[in-house]
Design a protein around this ligand. Structure first.
Ligand code: HEC
Ligand code: HEC
Length: 273
């Protein structure tokens, strides 16, 4: 299904970015791997292994963090430290089906393996135990770029669609730095996945109908109009399909960004208070 393919490509593009957010997280991994210290009076369930937590964090932050918060306490998506699904989870048995199938407002990640899901579960359990233990959790500072270089990069690659005085005014104070970093690559609005934001105009028999793109493959196109009514069309030479994706600009950027550009642009965005 087209919608699924779109999301899968988006995700691949994020993980394919050279060294993107994964690099700092990996660099943080300790040389000797041992379980974190926990108070036996507070923590009754097994403490996950530190290597698994670190791998889970490296996956979670760029893949899930911009919707669920980099420390998993929620952003556009729900808080996963207090979520019953995540609290009940054992090694991915509860969160796994949600991750693989997606939810309204959450893309499916069918490409994540059971081992990767177990690592994400370990990271989330670690966050829950941190919350119980009241240990501070700090994500590594991601604002390490050069403001002037970021400003130049912004002028060349972002200014066609964005302005520091208009739509991005105050962006630096709006999100945590790591969430903002994710937004540059993969912006989402209020829990709506980019695929759901695509609109389409179908012209058939001289009549044009526009609405939110719901389905698209080589044979069929489906849309929901402004009243919520679903329209399906067989595709063919007499049926014109024009898809508009407001985030196409970001899709293209994913292919040319490198790690330094991203961090420079972030440093510049953070100055937009
Ligand atoms: C585009 C935003 C987005 C991304 C990316 C995303 N989620 Fe979600 N997630 C949501 C939203 C929104 C919900 C709530 C859906 C609902 O109301 O059922 C949700 C629900 C969940 C739930 C169920 C919580 C509960 O208590 O019901 C889990 C678990 C979860 N997400 C884990 C993840 C993990 C792990 C990742 C990364 C692999 C991820 N999500 C990526 C938006 C997102
Ligand atoms: C071709 C147009 C286009 C280009 C180029 C573009 N963007 Fe965007 N950007 C968008 C659209 C559309 C949105 C979604 C706006 C919305 O949510 O309403 C967006 C959203 C964002 C957001 C999230 C804003 C928010 O309030 O949550 C950030 C941050 C962002 N872009 C940064 C950048 C940066 C940095 C660049 C350059 C490296 C860039 N964009 C290039 C079109 C573009």
């Amino acid at each position: 299904m087209q919608r699924l393919q779109f999301l899968r490509l988006g995700w691949l593009a994020i993980t394919a970015l050279p060294g993107f957010v994964l690099a700092p997280a990996q660099a943080q991994a300790p040389a000797t791997v041992k379980a974190p210290q926990r108070s036996p009076f507070l923590i009754s369930r097994p403490v996950p292994d530190q290597a698994s937590i670190d791998r889970g964090r490296a996956l979670y932050v760029p893949t899930c963090g911009f919707c669920h918060g980099t420390n998993a306490t929620g952003a556009e998506g729900p808080d996963l430290v207090r979520s019953f699904v995540a609290l009940r989870d054992e090694g991915g048995n509860e969160i796994g089906p949600v991750i693989k199938a997606g939810r309204p407002g959450m893309p499916a990640f069918p490409q994540l393996t059971d081992d990767q899901i177990r690592d994400i579960a370990a990271f989330l359990r670690n966050r829950q135990q941190d919350a119980i233990d009241r240990n501070a959790y700090q994500i590594k500072n991601v604002n390490t770029g050069n403001i002037e270089k970021g400003k130049a990069y912004f002028a060349a690659h972002c200014a066609a669609c964005h302005s520091p005085e208009k739509d991005l005014k105050g962006i630096g104070g709006k999100y945590e730095d790591a969430v903002l970093l994710g937004k540059i690559v993969y912006p989402t609005g209020r829990g709506v996945t980019p695929a759901a934001r695509r609109t389409v105009t179908v012209t058939a028999n001289g009549k044009a109908i526009s609405g939110r793109l719901e389905y698209l493959d080589d044979f069929e196109v489906g849309l929901k109009d402004s009243t919520g009514e679903y329209h399906a069309f067989q595709r063919g030479p007499t049926v014109k399909v024009a898809v508009k994706d407001p985030l196409a600009g970001h899709e293209k950027l994913m292919k040319i960004f490198n790690d330094a550009d991203l961090h420079d642009v972030l440093a510049y965005l953070v100055t937009m208070k």
